[in-house]
Write a protein that binds this ligand. Sequence first.
Ligand code: ZN
Length: 316
Amino acid sequence: MGKIRTVLGDIHPSSLGLTLSHEHVMCDFAGARSVDRSRYDRREVVRTMLPYLLEIRQLGVTGFVDCTPAFIGRDPIVLAELSKAAGIHILTNTGLYKEPYLPDYAYERSADELAAMWVAEIEEGVEDEIVRARTGRVERFPVKAGFVKIAVNPGPIEPVQEKIVRAAARCSQLTGAAVVCHTGHPVAVLELLRVVREERLEPDRLVVAHLDAVDDRSVHAKVFEWGAWASYDGVSGSTAERTLKLLELALAEGFEEQVLLSQDAGWYSVGEPGGGRIRGYSYLVKVFSHLIEEKFGKSLVEKLLVRNPARAFEMR
Ligand SMILES: [Zn+2]
């Protein structure tokens, strides 16, 4: 039987419930050399972000996938506190993003070595990546990662990103965890697909993030036909029409079992007073789900926001 690994422990996939599959609680874009835990106050982040999580909890959301990667403000302690306070299952991740958010060890280590580090973050606990980058020491938080989050650069893939994709695929094969990859660029998607196919990753272990930002429909078709997840995670008032059109196309071709919806919203911006301007998480459930229901029926809402996320993030 599969399980979903949340920041507070493992749950049965059927307990995840209504889920936002790609959001962010906190981000720090200072870069791998400058990020530091002294740049923010955990209590202030929790105090600032809790109302946004309570708002969606009241709307029925019980699952929240935090896609903030290592070196961009991933903080498992903040996520665990928010999970407890809001009563929402939250998932955090292992993996590495892209320049300028890569530590030196991303270049120095092999794909297998990186994969082993990430397996340990899923099985033993997330390490403090900043401590690792500065001192080489491993300090683990009492929180395990529930999936792998990586990125590919736009355009032809760079060697370090290709290695990261290979490491993610190998980590997934060893743990059963899903790989969520930041894309948003058509060539990046095709490069990603090429590398994971070479690694013989199970297609349904790959979530192609930001696919809704790719205009070329033939790229969506390639993702669907291979069997990966299409993450339409840029849902907002201004993209609603476009996302509905993408859903219509997916439905017409029978690929709605492979679609995830989310908003890529949030987040507490480290370095800005009070966390800066934060985009709440409620639009998708409060407004957009009703647009889906009107156009395609209620069962599609359940599929996209309950059934699909539980299948995508189930560790088998
Ligand atoms: Zn994101």
